[in-house]
Design a protein around this ligand. Sequence first.
Ligand code: MG
Length: 374
Amino acid sequence: MNRRDWLKTAGMAGVAAALPLSSLAATAQDKQGPTTVKVELKRLNLRHTWTTTMSSSTYRDTVHVQYLRDGITGYGEGAPIQRYEITPEQAMAAIATSAGFITAGDPRQFDKLFTQVRGKLGPNQHAAMAAVDIAMLDWWGKKLGVPLYEYFGLDPADAPVTTFSIGIDTPEITRQKTAEAADFPVLKVKVGLKTDKETIEAVRSVTKKPLRVDANEGWTDKEQAIREINWLETQGVEFIEQPMPAHMFDEIKYVRSKVHLPIIADEACTSAAMIPKLREAYDGINVKLDKAGGILESYRWIQIARSLNMKVMLGCMICSSCSCTAAAHLSPLVDYADLDGSLLIANDPYVGGVKVEKGKLILPNEPGLGVRPA
Ligand code: MG
């Protein structure tokens, strides 16, 4: 039995446990040469232990795809999101299982192909889809000889500043992290535990710069959320991201009617179809390639939100510069960027991607993404 047949019969849970960390998933041959999809996990080590309301970790494993066709290699990455209960191993297995289909598809017809690949990968495999989408669009940009921002008709001068994120920590470490972020004109601070005031006061003891705050669904009482948000307004906070659990839609709607700060949906926004409804409770959405399933679907989310006069933030998971750069190519379209995932890690496997100068995103102008292996 070959690998692909075995993957099909083994079932996703068994595959997740047994797959090696690197896997040459499929090869097809035509007159232009081989088309290959290679998928592997890479362990990204965090500079600081990363704590939010959901978890605390010192590393993250993300899924990396190399798509080779016509002698050109496209690179992609997906960072599976714990909250949606997909592990990196499951994402890698889904891509390996679908690799034969992906190599047989025509990347020049990526709109149709991505819809088909999404179906093959299975439900909730958004990060796996992102890895495939990014790799194939990197390939297509290289094939056409244009950077992805240019492919989408965007002006790189419109790229916004990105925030730098401060995860939840002791006041001492929070002060240290804030000092390390001196080059960034705006910070994003994680709250949502019992230490919120200490955290904000620790940041404020170091800097007066504007803050954006992400509660990651941490407040479950609407009156508490109102008190917290109104206090944060006095602390120079620009907006609040996902103050309460995503399912507490009516409560968030109520909170929004009682506060001045804009409220942005992150965990609550998981599909294009739900964006019009979200407008009843939120001022904007946080688009992430790993939630939407890549660059193309994120572009759709952004356009839908724009058509509804909602604010758009472009965020990322803990990831390498491959995924951050992919998102950055769409950043000229958005109001707020939070694309610091690769700045939080110590062993970026790629070079040449998006740069940050005094917070502003500087897009690479090479064809495709502009990243290459380190
Ligand atoms: Mg968030």
